[in-house]
Every structure is written in structure tokens, then in C-alpha cells.
Design a protein around this ligand. Sequence first.
Ligand code: SF4
Length: 490
Amino acid sequence: MYYQVEIEDQKQLPNIEAALKIIDPAAVIVKDRSNVDLRLAVSYTPDFRVRVWIPGCEASEGRWEYHDREIWDERYQESDRKQRLKELIRLGVITVVGGRFRKKPPWGILSGVRPTKIYHYLRDKGFTPVEIKDKLQRVYGLAPRKADLLLEVGALQEKYFTDHNKIGIYIGIPFCPTRCRYCSFAAVSLETHGHLVKGFLTALKREIEAMAALCSEFGWLAESIYLGGGTPTSLDETAFAELLDWATRAFRGAALREFTVEAGRPETLSKSKLSAMSRAGANRISINPQSMRESTLREIGRRHTIEDIYRALNLAKEFPGLLLNMDLILGLPGENGAVFLESLRKVIDEQPDNITVHTLAPKRAAAWRKSFHDLRLAQTDDLAEAMERASLLLQNGNYRPYYLYRQRLILADLENIGFTKPNRESVYNIQMMEERQTILGMGGGAVTKWVVGPDYRVYRHQNPKCPATYSEQVEAEIVKKVHQTRLLLS
Ligand code: SF4
């Protein structure tokens, strides 16, 4: 839809357009168009009195006004006030335009990937959880249940943000047996790209060694190692064992508390790979069925069966001390909320330490997106209700939410939530999501995030996703990362 916005301060237009997209993802602000779908007016005064209205509309929901006195609290700085002005304008826009289209976004104006950051930002300023809950609803427009969720997750995470010399290590293996139809990760099928594995691993070994030297130079200690991708366990047994060996030699030290290996595809797991993990000190594994329904597994492009999932789980359970995570996806084609909840019950029966509930987000990179609208999709209300019921089921099973994130185009305006049994939360997931700790990424498509300074400024670098390009460019990637680290931290 086309919108026309009257506002004196034209610099706010991108902010207003972003708010419009929360209600109407196709929203575009245009100038001088006679056939606009909706006209909007926005004004504000220096004392934070913000007004948003639909010119000519007399209905009460066509106008919104807010006078923010709380922003003069001495715990805020000038930069916070600038930000607050943007937030209030967004709140006014989603309230008025949402009222027009009968939409009340549950996450209010929080359109980003990491809503929990707002909790930590306010905690850093010294606000109490009660004060934060009030702001989440009043200033950010969150539904009460989402505000409660943020509070619960934020409170659980706080204890992890203490030591600035620790970092997280991510090693990306961009190979999988086949490519899932919803996949938007850096992953290629071994069937078509298996010939690239050897060159990729040679380059990765080189990068791991160079990043280990960088850790020594800056006195960094790895708190966590995450071997992801892709599916690292899809490597053959010799290559997989070697990879574990490189990672432990390079990064295993006194601060290491967690070493995760993704075995997303259960058919790739074997007893000897688990033994190699055990020898290397890996203490967490992720086996990700996504659905416990056979026909769905076929629909999403997997070749394994439900029996393979149980076989992998039973193998993993032979290794005591190995924490287990299982992922499920809500909103897969052909699955309504009831089918998803059936899968969840089966997963809970296995008593993994962590269960991650994703909501499908058909991203641009996924081949599936093209035919997405043709697929039989469950209804929005049904999915939202399923997520509520999933949370209840998990809470009754002694699981608590410990990290969450959202994605663009996520179905039903929902979120992805990691649940944990008491004291079994993954430190890597928390640090990576909240961006309070530097994450050094190696391998295909791996993202390095430097977190710098008291305001946790984040700088990013991503390695090439394609294994062939990565292998060719690894030396240049190393040079860039070493240079960037010295620039930021020396
Ligand atoms: S297992 Fe994960 S990384 Fe591999 S293709 Fe499927 S979604 Fe992508």
C-alpha cells in the first residue's frame, strides 16, 4: 500500500516507514501521489509530546497522542532521548495504522531480531524488572505476555554477562546430506558438492590455526565452542575426528564450559562419531528432527525417518554428560498447531536438556519461498495458540525459556524460543544472541562479531558462504579479521 506522511522533520521518514511495515509489510511512503491509500500526519514537540493522526478522520482510533515525561529520568542520556523520540513516533504509527487495519502486533514496535536486548539495555541503566515491564508495554507497545516472556528470558541471562576476556567460537561446516526446503543457512548438499569437502577442510584448518594465534595475541579465552553449519556430523568419521582435534587443540582451555556439536540430521550420527566427541570434550549435541511426522520429513526434503531420530537419540544417551538439544519448527507445510504439539509431546518424552521451538520464516534464500504461497499453511491464530500451548507444555515439563529471537517474515508474528531444564542453558546461544561477547567465526558463512566497549558496539564480518570461494579466499579472510581485530581492540 502507498502512504503519504506529513511531517516537518523529514529525517523521520525511514523510521516511520519501518513502523508502517510492522503493520503492512508492503508499505511504501510516497511523495506527491494522488492515489495514496492512506495519509498520515506526525508531529512532536521538544518536550516529547508526540502526535500521530489520520487527517480528516474523526474517529478516536484515528488519532494518538502521548506526552512522555519519564524520558527525563536522570538515568537516560541525550542519545537515549533521541532514540526515544523515534520509538514514540513508531508507537504512534503502529497504534493508529494498526487500529485502522485491526492489527495489534504482539511485539509492538520491536521489529528487530533480538527483542531481549531492550531488557538488558534498560537493566544496564538501573531500571528494575517491574519498571522495565511497564516500559515494555507503555513505550514499546508489547502485549503483556510478550513483556513477561522478555522479563523471564532476560532475568535468566543476566548472570552470563560478566567476563570480557571470554569469547565464543563458531566453526561452520557448510555441508548437509541434502538441503532442506526451508533452509537459508550456509549449507550445500554433499550429493552435489561433496568434491569440495577436502579443499574446504584444508582451508578451515588454516583458519582455525590463525584464529587460535589471534586469541593468544589478545588474551581471549574460549567460553564456548559451537560446531555448526550445515551438519558437521555429515563429514566422514576420519574427517570429523580430525576437525574435533583441531578445534580442541586451538581453543580448549580453562574457561571452556560448553562444546556443542550440531548433528541436525540424525542419520549422520554414529557411535564412533560420538566417541570422538567424547574424547574431544564435546558436552552438548543438537539432534534436530524439526517434526516427528514422517510425511513432513519428506515434504521438507529430508531423507531420514522417524526411526533414525530415535536411533540417534538412543546412541547419544549412551554418553552420560552429553547435554541434548532438539529443535522443532512450528508452521511447517501441512502441519497445523495440533500436529506440531504432537511432535512436541514426543520430543518432551525424550527429556532432552534443551528444546528449541522455531517458527517457520520462509526466507528469500530458501528455494521453498517461490512456491510458499501454494503450500498448505496452517492459520495464523492456530499457530499463535499452538505457541502458547507449547510454552505451557514445556513449563509443565520443567523447561524455562532462556533465549529468543525473531526473524523477518516469521509466521504469525511469532518468535523462536530456546527452552531449558534448570541450569542446562546453552551459554553460546545466549552470548551469540545478546551480543555481549565477541564471537570468532571460522568456516563457511561463519560470522565473526566483535563486541566492543561499554555500550557493546557490534562489528561484523562474514566469511564466504560457498565452500569453494571460502577455500580460495581463506588467506584474505584471515588477513581481514586479524587487521579488523587489531584496529578495534589495540
Ligand atoms: S539440516 Fe539445517 S543447515 Fe542442513 S540443509 Fe537442513 S536446515 Fe539447512
